[in-house]
Design a protein around this ligand. Structure first.
Ligand code: 6PG
Length: 242
């Protein structure tokens, strides 16, 4: 059962999503003494990260030194490439809050994709001390073709049931990607889709109310158990009729 929150406009969506992240952080810090979060890439979450980094929000996080940041996927580019998810999150959030650099585990987009995927998988195993990591929160975006993280339609990564991180050549993007896989995403305590804008209304409707066709709409494979799935939408993204 997913929890859906629809905000009236982009401004309230941005505020609501930042409040959600703040609540997630402080709940995990209070209950478990740390917050392990995998950030989504793309453009959508950028204003949310920027708001979370502002003093009104950043100063309310109980303890940044116990926050640990990961990435749900990465483009296979250098970390200073404008296409890099790390570059986006660094500018919007990571460099603006008192988060120790050692607490950020970056996917090495600049390395050989297969080697970088294996290295990240090893890093997760080392951090969580298990081959089956359980994140407090994994944030996801939604592509207008139904992809999420870098789980694209028709790709082998959709069928990965043992690896936690894989490299995937994405034909439609003509590029390599690194992505967390369904076993680790669906093991998280909380998974949140952050989606806004009219341009995503059709795909939100298809994913949430359309026929179950996960090879076409990989976001339909995001079914955390026993964790909780959240949809944070603005009215525009939620506007297509079911
Ligand atoms: C990426 C993301 C990807 C993204 C969607 C939506 O690396 O691009 O992880 O899954 O969330 O493509 O992208 P926008 O937010 O830019 O629409």
């Amino acid at each position: 059962m997913s929890l859906i929150t629809v905000f009236p406009d982009k401004t309230s969506w941005t505020t609501g999503a930042a409040e959600f992240l703040l609540e997630q952080a402080n709940s995990a810090l209070a209950q478990r003494g740390r917050w392990t979060v995998a950030l989504a890439g793309g453009n959508t979450p950028k204003p949310v990260y920027e708001l979370l980094a502002s003093p009104d929000y950043a100063n309310r996080v109980l303890d940044w030194s116990r926050v640990f940041v990961f990435f749900s996927d990465e483009r296979c580019v250098s970390p200073d490439d404008p296409r890099s998810n790390y570059a986006m999150t660094r500018a919007a959030l990571l460099d603006r809050v008192p988060l120790p650099a050692a607490n950020v585990l970056r996917m090495a987009g600049e390395d050989d994709p297969a080697r970088a995927a294996f290295a990240y998988e090893q890093a997760l195993q080392g951090f969580f001390r298990t081959s089956a990591p359980v994140f407090d929160l994994i944030c996801l975006g939604l592509g207008d073709n139904g992809h999420t993280a870098s789980l694209f339609p028709g790709t082998a990564s959709l069928r990965e049931q043992t690896r936690t991180v894989v490299a995937q050549y994405v034909e439609v993007m003509q590029s390599w990607r690194l992505t967390m896989t369904l076993p680790v995403i669906n093991a998280a305590r909380h998974v949140a889709f952050l989606v806004e804008g009219t341009g995503k209304a059709a795909v939100v409707q298809q994913v949430r109310h359309g026929a179950y066709q996960p090879d076409v709409l990989p976001a339909q494979l995001i079914q955390p158990q026993p964790g909780q799935l959240h949809w944070l939408l603005d009215a525009a993204a939620a506007s297509a009729p079911p």
